[in-house]
Design a protein around this ligand. Structure first.
Ligand code: CDP
Ligand code: CDP
Length: 257
């Protein structure tokens, strides 16, 4: 059996990675793995134990929390379809130690500390181990965890570190004002953030820019475009537009394999 087709999607915060990745997976019948959810779960686990990930003296504690955390993802694809229109978007539930934390991991509090968590080398190793065990590896021809023909994975270091031999690498970008407005709409739609009071677009933009800066400048697996990745600016695109571009690129590559 051939190795499942691998699509790596990286880019800065709120550039559209997870929305795009899920819809590409739906259109192609591929699996979807959100790696950001793993770093968010470790951050949530630390905060709920009263441990501040942004305090450098807590590095060891955060690393052992990352090692012990049981994290699983479940993506529901409502109606697999080959047409771009009509289907309702797929949704991913995230479980930390068997508890559904899908909304808790998106709060402003978790967002504020997640880049500090993700900069810890031992945390990255633990997360890499977890995502590999659910199918993100290069040699799962036999007995693969992945049931489908392919895998779409999104994050910051997918094309550079997690799936260096991916069949297609996409680097999504959009200007920070556009990203902040999109993320604000998304937070409002999902019932906003109860802890944060009134959400302002400037606050959202600041959070995104601060995280991008930390993610780009950290020593281990920084956010960066892989040399063989295709950059796609979504500032002026619709979601359907960017999904169409990626789906047709995958189909083109598959027909040549
Ligand atoms: O959805 P959003 O872009 O806001 O964030 P996310 O994809 O959930 O990722 C949250 C944070 O996890 C990022 O800001 C990174 O610090 C970290 N992350 C990472 O370091 N490597 C990945 N492959 C994915 C996420
Ligand atoms: O995963 P990442 O943080 O990169 O982005 P996301 O969680 O998918 O959030 C991007 C938001 O922008 C979502 O609410 C999308 O619906 C929206 N959006 C987009 O991704 N692309 C467009 N062309 C227009 C809107």
């Amino acid at each position: 059996k051939k190795r499942p087709f691998q699509v790596a999607i990286d880019g800065p915060a709120a550039s559209g990675k997870s929305t795009t990745a899920k819809m590409v997976a739906q259109r192609l019948g591929f699996d979807y793995i959100d790696t950001g959810a793993f770093y968010r779960c470790v951050t949530l686990a630390a905060l709920s134990k009263g441990i501040n990930p942004s305090d450098p003296s807590n590095t060891g504690k955060i690393a052992s929390i990352a090692g012990e955390a049981q994290i699983s993802l479940e993506t529901v694809f409502p109606e697999r379809t080959t047409s771009s229109a009509s289907a309702s978007p797929p949704t991913t539930r995230v479980y930390l130690d068997s508890i559904d934390v899908s909304s808790e991991i998106r709060t402003a509090q978790v967002s504020k500390h997640v880049s500090a968590t993700a900069a810890i080398g031992a945390v990255r190793e633990a997360v890499l181990h977890k995502v590999r065990s659910i199918g993100a590896n290069d040699d799962f021809a036999e007995g693969a965890a992945t049931a489908r023909d392919g895998l779409v994975m999104d994050g910051r270091d997918i094309g550079t570190v997690v799936l260096p031999n991916a069949d297609l690498k996409i680097f999504l970008v959009a200007n920070s004002q556009v990203r902040a407005e999109r993320r604000l709409q998304e937070l409002i739609k999902n019932g906003a953030d109860p802890a944060s009071g009134v959400l302002q677009v400037e606050d959202v933009r600041k959070d995104l820019e601060q995280r991008d800066e930390l993610d780009r400048t950290r020593k281990v697996s920084p956010l960066k475009k892989a040399p063989d990745a295709v950059e796609l600016d979504t500032s002026g695109l619709t979601i359907e537009g960017q999904v169409d571009i990626i789906v047709s690129t995958v189909k083109g590559l598959q027909s040549r394999q």
